[in-house]
Structure formats: structure tokens, C-alpha cells
Design a protein around this ligand. Structure first.
Ligand SMILES: Cc1ncc(COP(=O)(O)O)c(C=O)c1O
Length: 336
């Protein structure tokens, strides 16, 4: 369902093939109670958790471009990668079910948890319901497992399209170029500040790319939730930006600005911090909003802390992109 009839994407973006999978535009909602509780600024949420595909999330936008590419190439089978509770894997499984594609999920046991909830609930339950074939590996078995699966699919005569973890390729990142254009189009104010969770880099690269190409002049702050060394995230974003510039040749972009904050990462990927758990409770209690324990809650913890530190003007409008993920809450039941 695409209800954004009056929304016109930039020409370089409109030229890219796209398979409609979600409900657009996602709402842009104000959070008056939370804003008042924290003493301003005006907090807005771009509800990409309501993207319309299988409990929503940021991967719907990326998959629209990736699966259009896959079907144009004649693929009948999708192989993708992630951690055991990957939201990207769940969204890919749902999209494949919708399009009638065979779906293989190669999931790494990178979070040190072996409880039943983590291994079988949340996204894992949904992967099963969407009919995806799930292959779980320890990190040191992953490459061999991948090679064996790809060989088996080749022997079966499958035409395979591989999607990198998080859907973060130049093509996938286009989804977030579309998101920022949609936001600028729908906002009843001029957006100046975006904050969001950043991991495999496609969300941030897509936002930053269109921000520069279209001269939106928005400050985009990515909260690192995946990389122990934030420089790795910055390098990945740079690499994606270069690949996008080579491939999509938008009109003379200004130099993209990459801003990353690592202060809310905590001990490791997939391990909620106390501040993230507090943010989950705060968003739920004050606004009836569900965050996820791995991504959006760390970004929300950053938003709350930056407000508390007085780093935003009281009259400013800050847009928090809710990238989804609440499907994994039940896998983290024990944290609450
Ligand atoms: C809920 C959620 N938020 C944010 C992200 C980060 O997006 P990206 O991988 O594009 O950096 C992910 C990635 O898996 C996610 O699942």
C-alpha cells in the first residue's frame, strides 16, 4: 500500500527499480508527553517500526530495492545473513514469503545466550512461520557453513541472490535515501536533527547520501550498536557512500557528513545496557511505544541522555527514526 501519491522522490532515486512491500509513508508522530517529561526539545518519531511488513522495521525499505534487483536478475532463492535474533532476517523471510521466493537465513550465534527464549522465540518464531530455512552456526563455523549451503543450492539448480547482513549494500541503502526524502516531504517543520541506531551502516549511508545530494542540511547522528570499534562503522558508511555515488550518480552532492556516537554501545552487540532498558520502559510508559532491546533502545537512550545534557535547543524538533525490532522483546524476556 503506497498512500504517498503526492510524494515525489528525487529523479535519481525514482529511476531505481523497487518492489512495493510496505505501507508508505510511515507516520511521523510527535511525543508530547515524553518531550514534556524531559523538558524539551520537541521529539518526533518517524515510525518505520510501522512499515507494514511482519511487525515492521527498517529492513522493509531496503528489501524493496534489493528484492526488485533480485527478481530482475531472475533469482528464485534468497540467501541472507545475520545474528540469531536478526530483524533483517525476519523481514527478509516475510518478504520472500510474500513474493514466493525460497529463503535461507544463515544466522550466527554471536550473542552468548543459549536460553530457549533467545533461540526459539521472537524473530526465530517468525522465521519459522514465514517458512524460511534457518541455518545456525557458531562464528568459527560460519564460512564453511555458507560455502556448503551455496554449493548445495547450486547443485539443485537454484538461481541465488545473496543479500549482505542488514541488507546493507548500495542498493539496499537506497531505502533510507527514500526515507529521508519522505520525512522532509511530510514534516510540518524543517527537520534539522535526526537520531537513529546504526549497525550494518545501510540506514545511515542512505540517509547521509540523500541528505548531501538533496542539500537537506539535516544533522544525522548514528548511534553505534554493533561495532566494538566505531571506526569500523564509519569506514563501512564511507564505503557504501562511495559505492552509491559510483552507481547512482545523483546531482553534484555536497560532501557527506558522517556523525557517530559510540557512548551508548555498552558491553557488546545484543546485550542491553541499563540505560537502554530504562529507555524501553520510559517510551512504553510515557508514549505507549515499544522499542527493541538491541537497536532502537540504545538510540533512544542516547536521545534521552543528549536531551538531559542540554545538547538540543528547547525549541528544536528532533526526529528519532524508530527502526523497529520490538519483535525480539520476547526473546529478551529475562531482561525485564
Ligand atoms: C531494529 C533495528 N534498528 C536499527 C538497525 C541498524 O540498521 P543498519 O544495519 O542499517 O545500520 C537494525 C539492523 O539490523 C535493526 O534491526
Amino acid at each position: 500500500m503506497d498512500t504517498s501519491q503526492h510524494f515525489k522522490t528525487p529523479d535519481w532515486l525514482a529511476a531505481q527499480p523497487r518492489e512495493l512491500l510496505g505501507h508508505w509513508p510511515t507516520p511521523l508522530e510527535q511525543l508530547p508527553r515524553l518531550s514534556a517529561e524531559l523538558g524539551g526539545p520537541q521529539i518526533w518519531v518517524k515510525r518505520d517500526d510501522c512499515s507494514g511488513l511482519a511487525t515492521g522495521g527498517n529492513k522493509t525499505r531496503k528489501l524493496e530495492y534489493l528484492l526488485a534487483d533480485a527478481t530482475n536478475m531472475g533469482a528464485d532463492t534468497i540467501v541472507t545473513y545475520g545474528a540469531v535474533q536478526s530483524n533483517h532476517a525476519r523481514q527478509t523471510a516475510a518478504a520472500c514469503a510474500k513474493l514466493g521466493l525460497e529463503c535461507h537465513l544463515l544466522l550466527s550465534r554471536r550473542v552468548p545466550r543459549d536460553d530457549d527464549n533467545y533461540l526459539k522465540n521472537g524473530n526465530m518464531l517468525f522465521n519459522y512461520l514465514f517458512g524460511a530455512q534457518v541455518h545456525c552456526f557458531d562464528l568459527d563455523e560460519f564460512d564453511d557453513g555458507q560455502a556448503a549451503l551455496l554449493k548445495m543450492l547450486e547443485q539443485r539448480g537454484k538461481t541465488v541472490y545473496q543479500i549482505p547482513a542488514g541488507g546493507s549494500s548500495a542498493i539496499g541503502a537506497l531505502g533510507y535515501s527514500r526515507c529521508i526524502s519522505e520525512l522532509v516531504w511530510q514534516a510540518p517543520f524543517k527537520p534539522t536533527q535526526i537520531i537513529h541506531a546504526s549497525a550494518s551502516a545501510g540506514t545511515q549511508a542512505g540517509l547521509v547520501f540523500a541528505n548531501a545530494a538533496e542539500h537537506y542540511n539535516i544533522d544525522i547522528l548514528g548511534i553505534n550498536v554493533f561495532h566494538p570499534d566505531p571506526e569500523t562503522l564509519e569506514l563501512r558508511i564511507e564505503r557504501l557512500l562511495n559505492a552509491m555515488a559510483e552507481r547512482f550518480s545523483p546531482p553534484a552532492p555536497t560532501t557527506p557528513q558522517i556523525q557517530i556516537n559510540h557512548a551508548y554501545f555498552g558491553e557488546a552487540y545484543g546485550q542491553p545496557t541499563q540505560a537502554a532498558k530504562d529507555a524501553i520502559k520510559m517510551f512504553a510508559a510515557w508514549e505507549g511505544l515499544l522499542l527493541d532491546p538491541v537497536y532502537s533502545s540504545k538510540a533512544a537512550a542516547a536521545l534521552i541522555d543528549q536531551i538531559t545534557l542540554g545538547n538540543f535547543d528547547q525549541h528544536e524538533h528532533v526526529v528519532f527514526i524508530h527502526t523497529g525490532g520490538a519483535a525480539s522483546l520476547s526473546a529478551y524476556r529475562d531482561e525485564f
